[in-house]
Structure formats: structure tokens, C-alpha cells
Design a protein around this ligand. Sequence first.
Ligand code: NAD
Length: 445
Amino acid sequence: MAFTYGQLVSGGVGKQLATTLGLPRPARLRRHQLGGSLVPGAVLVAGHGDAPVAERVRHLLEDAGVQVASLPSTSVVGVVLDLTAIETPADLETLRSVLGPALRTLAPTGRVIVVGRPPEGTGSVSQAAARRSLEGVVRSVGKEMRAGGTANLVLVDDGADAGVDATVRFLLSGRSAYVSGQVFHVGRPVGELVAPADWDQPLAGKVAVVTGAARGIGAAIADTLARDGATIIAVDVPAAGGPLAEVANRLSGTALQLDVTAEDAGARIVEHAQARHGGFDIVVHNAGITRDKLLANTDADRWDAVLQVNLLSILRMNEALVPAIREGGHIVHISSIAGIAGNRGQSHYAASKAGVIGMTQALAADDAVLAKGITVNAVAPGFIETEMTAAVPFATREIGRLTNSLSQGGQPVDVAETIGYFAWDANRAVTGNVVRVCGQMLLGA
Ligand code: NAD
């Protein structure tokens, strides 16, 4: 088996060499464990002015049995900084004076969460500037984090503070191990915010459809949603029938052999879900293909195949799925970093994955979707270790692995965890979001 760069620098001579030369050494990330605590230590919670979100977060942490530290703090595993009340760029001094010292003592795999308000939500030019500054700072802090730490920004609309809890919980937890340098938007909830009876089973009683579930990221999504309490309808092409049945049987779910590009794919999913499970609450459109070629060499068939599987089939299926999904349901699409930054040899793939972002934002704001209290979000994975990326040539693969703030590829479970978070009923205040699960890849925005 070929050695990866990460394995090479994890011990012995390779480790010494990496230290001497100042090369990146990927840290072991803190991932979610059943029955584990939300965070393995104290969290510093601070804010500027009256800081209403900080107050909420203190209560949330106390309820979760987490020790809350105040200033001046010594060693903490996380920092939540409420800057919703900043008015001018001069107020950013609060960020420097709190976060700077805290970063010096932050424990490995630490979490930084800055909470602000969207720049668009103010009539003051100075306040808009200050609010937008937060994005620049947090993306920079993400790049300065050490030892597997992450930094993210949460923008909360005025009057929507109650919706912030789910996102703060997700970002502090091991579920967000490979999510860094991201901006989350929390708005007014599209339905009732319902916290689960048990945070280890946030999807208890839910039925989830996962396409492309026979392998790779799709199989991990099925595993993760099932771990969190959902019953799985695993969908994949008939040619993948064997591994598909294994996934469904392992999780006590059901398998549906289906090519998602079929005209009646949506209707067949609805029929299966109603006949076998009495309905469905969550849909994850994960099935996807790559057929890499420079645009100059891409013929119509290759172009159409990628667009059909990755975008057109989803548009068609959603026409049947939206009317049938239960009220308060959740739809999650899979985009890609290529849909944001573009990628050589992937103009058709990037077209499909950028299209997924447009579709996500428009569907989230659609009247029929809002009337049913459905959330629609997208995950944009960066470099994830799957058969799809194992097929990439060695040098390109190692560059993909290393060119992110965490200096490693993500695991399929990392994508799955973010999808799970989008599917929580406690998370009905997050819709129309596109979150990159990319370890803060250096490509794109
Ligand atoms: P994969 O090739 O390992 O698995 C894709 C699955 O989708 C397969 O089981 C395949 O049989 C199924 N599928 C393909 N066409 C289908 C069709 N017409 N109908 C039903 N099922 C079909 O891929 P993966 O790496 O697990 O990727 C999953 C998703 O994540 C895709 O949408 C992909 O574009 C996206 N993605 C992956 C990465 C990565 O680094 N692996 C990065 C960004 C985005």
C-alpha cells in the first residue's frame, strides 16, 4: 500500500524531518463519539456590549454540563465570542483583546465561534463595515489555528437569536471536525425549533432517503443518520445492488434500486417510502458522478451525463418529493468545492455543482417549501477520502489532501455529520445555507 504524506510525517524520521523543515503535520481531529461530552473541557464565552447570544450560549452550555469560563480565562477548549452588538470597526478591538490571548492557550482541536449580525441587516455604513470585517478575521483565524482547531462565523438575523443554539452546539462538537473558515447564516425559523429528547439521537423517529448510498460518502451518510436515530431508505443504481443491500441490511433500513435520472425516480421514491415506511422526513441527494475532460474535448454525451445525474435529476425528483415530504422536513443537496472555485477538467461537473447551489437557495425561498416548513441546504465537500478521490493521480491527490488549514483530507463521515446537522428539527432556522466541509481548503472563497 502506498504511503500518504500524512502517514509519512506522523512518526520516526519523517516526523523529525517535517519538524526541522517546518512542513505541515496533520493533527488527529476530534470527531463525534456516541455518549461523549459536547466538548472535552471548559468554553470561554464573552461578548461586546449587552451580548444577548453570549447569554443564551452560557445557558446552553450549563444545560449540557459544560463548564463556562469567563475572562480572564486560563486554558479552554473553545471560545464563543458574541459580537452582535458591534457598531463600528473600532469595536473590533474586543475581538482582538479577547481572542488573541485565548488563542495562545487554546487546547488542541479547539473551537472558535464568532457570532455576529449580517452586514446587509443594517442601515449604517460603519456598522456594515464592522460586521463584514468579522468574515475576514474569522477566515484568517481559521488559517492560524493549530493542532486540528477550527474557527467559524455565525451570522444571526435580528430577532432570530433562538435559532443559534443548534449551530453553536454543532460547531463546538466533534461533528464539525473538518468544518473551518465557514460562515453560517441563522434566520427566522421556518417551523418550530424542537430540541431532541436525547442529543445522541437527534433524528429519532425520522425516515431519511439517501441517494448514492451504496458506497463512499453516501454510505457514510446512511451510517451516520442511522446512528443518530433515523430509518434509512438507501437508493442506488441496480448495478450497485449488492453493496446497497448490505448498507440497508446493516442499518435495518430498506434498499431501493433506482437510477436517479429516470423520469419517474421521484415518484418511485415517494411510492417506496409510503408503502414501506408510511412517509419520509429527510432527503439527501448525494448520488453524483465525475467524467473529467477539458471543455475543449468534452462531447455532448459526456456533458449531458454529468448534468443529468448531478443536477437535472435532482430538479426533477424534488418536484415529486416536495409535495410528499412530511411537514417540517429537511432536504440536503451535495455541491462541491469545484462548484465554488472551478476546477480544471471539470467544467461540466462545476456547472452541475454550482447549479446545485442556485437550486438550494431558490428552493429554500420557494413558497410551497416555506409553507411546509421545510429546510433546504447544501454541503460542499472539499477533498474527501473516497473511491472517487482515490482515482485521482498521486501528486494531485497529495496536493488536494494538504492544501487546507487542517493539512489532511476529510473523511466521508465529516460530510455526513454536517448533513445530519442540517436535518435536526432543532435547526429549522438554518435554510438556504451552503457549508463547505473542506478543512478550509485554500481553493476558492
Ligand atoms: P462515489 O463515486 O464513491 O459514490 C457515488 C455513488 O452514487 C455510487 O454508489 C454510485 O453508484 C451512485 N450513483 C451514481 N450515479 C447514480 C445514478 N444515476 N442513480 C443512482 N445512484 C447513482 O462518490 P463519492 O465520492 O462518495 O461522492 C458522493 C457525492 O459527493 C457526489 O455527489 C460527489 O459529486 C460529491 N463530492 C465528493 C467529493 C469527494 O472528495 N469525494 C468532493 C466533492 C463532492
